[in-house]
Design a protein around this ligand. Structure first.
Ligand SMILES: [Zn+2]
Length: 369
C-alpha cells in the first residue's frame, strides 16, 4: 500500500502510529510546522529539523500565485526549491481562496477569485488544485474542498458538503503523480449528521488518508472539542486522520484524545513573531517589562537552541530593539514546544496514561479545555 500507516498503540480513542512517506517516516500524533511561502517563517530547514519536525506543510494558494507552481516544478519540486528533504504536505488552496482572496465566486466548476497580491482574476478548480500540487511534488496533496464559515445556514452548509464530495471525486480522477498520496477533506461544520454523510461518501472513494476541515473557522473551541470524537470515529481506523489548521496546544490535545493523528497551525510561528512563547506553565509575553532583567531561559524544561543559549532578558531586548533574531528564536522555541507536546503525547499513549497526561498539561497551562 502506498504510504503505509501503522498503529503502535491506542489509549482510549488516542492513537500512536507511524506514517511512511517517500521522504521518511512520521511518528504520530504529528504537528506540521507551516511553511506558507516555501519557508517556515524566519527559520532554516536545519532549525526546523533540529526542533524535532518530521513533516512540514506548504500552501498551494500562495505558491501558485508566487513564484508559480511551474517555476517550483522546474527547480525540481518544492523539496529541492526550499531545501527540505523530509515529507511535505500541501493544502489544496481552497481555504486561502475563501479567506484571503477578493471577490470569490464559487460554482460547481471551481472558485473564481482575485489575487490578494495584484488583484488579477484567477480560477481554482479541483483539477487545477491537483495539477499545482503535482507540480510542487509534495508527498501528501489535499483535495479541493469548499470551506464555509461555521455560522453558515444549514442549506448553505449542506450545499458546500455536496460540492466538497463532487470535487473530491474529480480530484481523485485527475490525480496521477506516483509517490504522492491524496487525502480527502470532510466538511459539515458542527452538524454531525452532515459530517457523517460527507465522511461516508468520501470513505467509499477509498482515499489513503482523511482530514477534518472547517474547524477553527469561527465556532467556540468547546463546540469543536465536543464534535471531534464523533467526526474522527467516522473515519477509517487504519488510515491517517488530519485536523486542518487547529490550533492552540489544548486544541491539539483534544484532537489527540479524539483519535486525530496530524495537525498544522500557524500559531507557534505567528505568536513567536509577536513575542509570545508557549511554555509548560502556560504562555508568557517576552515584551513584558518584568522580563527585562530575567536571566532564566524562556522555558527551563526546554532543550531547544533558544532555551539552551539565551535568557528571557535577551529576548526582551531583541523584541524591544526590533531585531530579526527575536522572532527567529521564539518561532524556533514555539515549534519545539509543539513538537515536544506531540512526542510526549505519543509516549503517554504508548504507556496508557494519555488522559492523565492531558489533564496534567491543562492544569499547568491553566486552560479550561
Ligand atoms: Zn525552548
Amino acid at each position: 500500500m502506498l504510504f503505509p500507516f501503522t498503529l503502535q498503540a491506542t489509549d482510549g480513542a488516542a492513537r500512536a502510529g507511524t506514517l511512511t512517506t517517500p521522504h521518511g517516516e512520521v511518528p504520530t500524533p504529528a504537528f506540521m510546522p507551516v511553511g506558507t511561502q516555501a519557508t517556515v517563517k524566519g527559520l532554516t530547514p536545519e532549525m526546523v529539523r533540529a526542533a524535532g519536525a518530521h513533516i512540514i506543510l506548504g500552501n498551494t494558494y500562495h505558491l501558485a500565485l508566487r513564484p508559480g507552481d511551474e517555476i517550483v516544478r522546474d527547480f525540481g519540486g518544492l523539496h529541492k526549491f526550499m531545501h527540505w528533504d523530509g515529507p511535505i504536505l500541501t493544502d489544496s488552496g481552497g481555504f486561502q481562496v475563501f479567506s484571503l482572496a477578493g471577490q470569490v465566486k464559487i460554482t460547481d466548476h471551481g472558485a473564481k477569485f482575485k489575487s490578494h497580491i495584484d488583484g488579477s482574476p484567477l480560477e481554482l478548480t479541483p483539477e487545477r488544485a491537483v495539477e499545482i500540487q503535482q507540480n510542487l511534488g509534495s508527498d501528501i496533496a489535499m483535495v479541493l474542498d469548499e470551506c464555509p464559515p461555521a455560522t453558515s445556514e444549514p442549506a448553505k452548509m449542506r450545499a458546500a458538503v455536496l460540492r466538497t464530495i463532487r470535487w473530491a471525486e474529480r480530484c481523485k480522477k485527475h490525480h496521477s503523480r506516483p509517490g504522492q498520496a491524496q487525502f480527502a477533506i470532510v466538511q459539515g461544520g458542527l452538524n454531525l449528521d452532515l459530517r457523517a454523510e460527507c465522511a461516508r461518501e468520501l470513505v467509499a472513494m477509498d482515499f489513503p488518508g482523511y482530514a477534518l476541515g472547517g474547524f477553527s473557522v469561527g465556532e467556540a473551541p468547546e463546540a469543536m472539542h465536543a464534535a471531534l470524537p464523533t467526526c474522527a470515529a467516522c473515519l477509517p481506523e487504519h488510515k491517517p486522520r488530519y485536523l486542518m489548521g487547529v490550533g492552540r496546544p489544548q486544541d491539539l490535545l483534544a484532537g489527540v484524545a479524539s483519535g486525530i493523528d496530524m495537525f498544522d497551525c500557524v500559531m507557534p510561528t505567528r505568536n513567536g513573531r509577536n513575542a509570545l512563547a508557549f511554555t509548560s506553565d502556560g504562555p508568557i509575553r517576552l515584551r513584558n517589562a518584568k522580563h527585562r532583567r530575567d536571566p532564566a531561559p524562556v522555558a527551563s524544561d526546554c532543550a531547544c537552541y533558544c532555551c539552551e543559549n539565551y535568557s528571557r532578558g535577551y529576548l526582551h531586548h531583541l523584541f524591544a530593539a526590533d531585531e530579526m533574531l527575536g522572532p527567529t528564536l521564539l518561532s524556533l522555541h514555539n515549534i519545539a514546544f509543539y513538537l515536544r507536546l506531540m512526542a510526549d503525547a505519543r509516549r503517554a499513549i504508548t504507556e496508557g496514561r494519555f488522559a492523565a497526561f492531558r489533564a496534567g498539561c491543562l492544569a499547568r497551562w491553566n486552560a479550561d479545555s
